[in-house]
Design a protein around this ligand. Sequence first.
Ligand code: GDP
Ligand code: MG
Length: 277
Amino acid sequence: MASQEYEESRKTFAWGQKEALKKRLEEFSVSHPDVKHIRILLAGQTGAGKSSFINSVNNVFQGRMTSEALVDSNDLCFTKRLKSHRVRGAGGDLPFVLIDTMGLEPCVLEGPYPEDIIQAIYGHVKENYKFNPDEPLSHRSKDYISDPLLSEQAFCLVYIVDAPTIQYIDERLTDKLKIIRQRIGSKRIPLMIVMTKVDEACPLVNADLRKLYTSEKIRKMKICCAERIGVPISSIYPVKNYHDEIEVDDDVDVLILNAFEQIVNSANDRLREEAYE
Ligand SMILES: Nc1nc2c(ncn2[C@@H]2O[C@H](COP(=O)(O)OP(=O)(O)O)[C@@H](O)[C@H]2O)c(=O)[nH]1
Ligand SMILES: [Mg+2]
């Protein structure tokens, strides 16, 4: 087993922190008076697990399986429209909105244009806009918001990749992401990576999720992901989404919560800057 597992020399992951994490997020307050719900946009290839991540976040806070984001994926089960999802807790809405987008694809005339994702982050794209792989959203379109409010803008981009296919990621896809990253980077919008399907990627982790941080396979996948996408390893959060479970599980929850807390904190830090500008 020595070659499959390595000793974690750094601080080990606190698997028992679920309730504390959940409580912090339930009591979260947005750092700008004009923004009630902090918006976070999700992008990634079709099938990477965007809709499942949105449902997983809701599952954690509601303590049961939910399927709003998957149900909303219309047209042959794929999300093609810009679709916002509130995050709901047991006691009502939490101050977070997760925005689902059409799957980004390597081919030129497939998936949304990088420009459309950028415009969506900046709040220029209307809810329910159906992405058009043939042409980017025009400034003259009825779906274009020319002067978005601060509350309509997203303050973090979450790029979803699935662990099992990370080593085969197409360069044309990473090129599209590079365009998006450079543009939003100039406005200091943070990019976080959520690496899904760790259960499918490593048999050790499949048998015991707590092996995630000592799995050699997952460690290599994180390094590969960082190199291919061009991000620091520290911005990559490996998770297992709920996909065919019938009940919530504390270990699945704590990974989702940990990733989600980092995402909302980075979005909120960016939003706080707006208050001083
Ligand atoms: N085993 C496993 N399956 C997953 C995970 N996340 C998503 N899936 C499955 O992968 C497929 C695509 O997920 P979906 O959320 O629809 O991807 P999207 O196209 O990015 O929205 C679905 O069949 C999900 O059930 C995960 O973490 N582990
Ligand atoms: Mg989807």
